[in-house]
Design a protein around this ligand. Structure first.
Ligand SMILES: [Fe+2]
Ligand SMILES: [Fe+2]
Length: 139
């Protein structure tokens, strides 16, 4: 397999991370009412996590000889002050992230770069944890 496909998938993941940073920061600033006490910290933590994920993915792309994207994924970030709508959008975002990283992990198995595999796998597990957490919050 050529690393072109892997670079392209990593760039797709990077675009989603850049979007997640914006979305979570937006929701952290806009959350209102009693839920602000818990969801401002939670959204802020997710924004910070997305920044860290983006950094790992970006450096992986450079290591492979690719050029990292600078624009976020164009999927709309829907403004809301309703906590439930924010959580549903968060769940949607984490589901997409988990899906993208699951695909990348399969590709990395073929490449045989253990360090890159491990670092991307850690991101994948973090997405799964966020996904499960959101699923339970919305249950
Ligand atoms: Fe992430
Ligand atoms: Fe995430």
């Amino acid at each position: 397999m050529s690393s072109e496909v892997l670079i392209q998938r990593l760039n797709e993941a990077l675009g989603w991370e850049l979007r997640a940073m914006n979305m979570y920061a937006h929701y952290a600033a806009n959350i209102q009412g009693i839920h602000r006490l818990q969801l401002d910290p939670m959204f802020t933590e997710e924004a910070t996590e997305s920044l860290a994920h983006a950094d790992v993915v970006r450096r992986s792309i450079v290591k492979l000889g690719g050029v990292p994207v600078t624009e976020r994924n164009s999927h709309p970030i829907v403004h809301s002050t309703d906590f439930k709508a924010m959580l549903e959008r968060s769940l949607e975002t984490e589901t997409k992230a988990a899906e993208v990283y699951a695909g990348i992990i399969k590709l990395l198995e073929e490449i045989g770069d253990q360090e890159m595999y491990d670092s991307i796998e850690q991101i994948y597990f973090a997405e799964l944890r966020s996904l499960e957490n959101l699923r339970l919050i919305l249950a």
